[in-house]
Design a protein around this ligand. Structure first.
Ligand SMILES: [Zn+2]
Length: 122
């Protein structure tokens, strides 16, 4: 069963990938909402997404032991299809690529579902 042939093609390219059905930016509550193909829904606060950015610059400062960036609202969402999302934040940061699997893991963490989330504490 496949309502979205395009996404199905992507899924067969990487069977481990969790793919979204819909991505919605709820600006009023400051959350990115992702509805997944398996029926799950992730609510991702903008500020958390900003702090969990995995671009080279943010990873580097994290490794250097610097505090995480201040939370910032999302200002733009750029879909990257197979890869995930490129999120642009109100503080001007636009280099973060968020793979679908990472967004799903963050969503599970927010929901307390015990998802596999890379630790950012070390
Ligand atoms: Zn970054």
């Amino acid at each position: 069963m496949s309502a979205a042939p395009g996404l199905a093609a992507v899924a067969s390219a990487d069977p481990r990938a969790v793919l979204p059905r819909a991505v919605t930016d709820r600006r009023s509550s400051g959350e990115l909402v992702i509805d997944w193909e398996d029926g799950a829904r992730s609510l991702l606060p903008h500020g958390l997404l900003r702090q969990r950015c995995r671009c080279a610059a943010c990873e580097q400062s994290r490794r250097s032991g610097l505090p995480p960036p201040a939370p910032a609202a999302l200002s733009e969402i750029r879909a990257l299809a197979v890869q995930g999302l490129n999120l642009v934040f109100a503080d001007g940061h636009e280099r973060g690529i968020y793979p679908w699997a990472y967004l799903r893991a963050l969503g599970d963490e927010v929901a307390g579902g015990g998802g596999r989330v890379p630790s950012l504490r070390d």
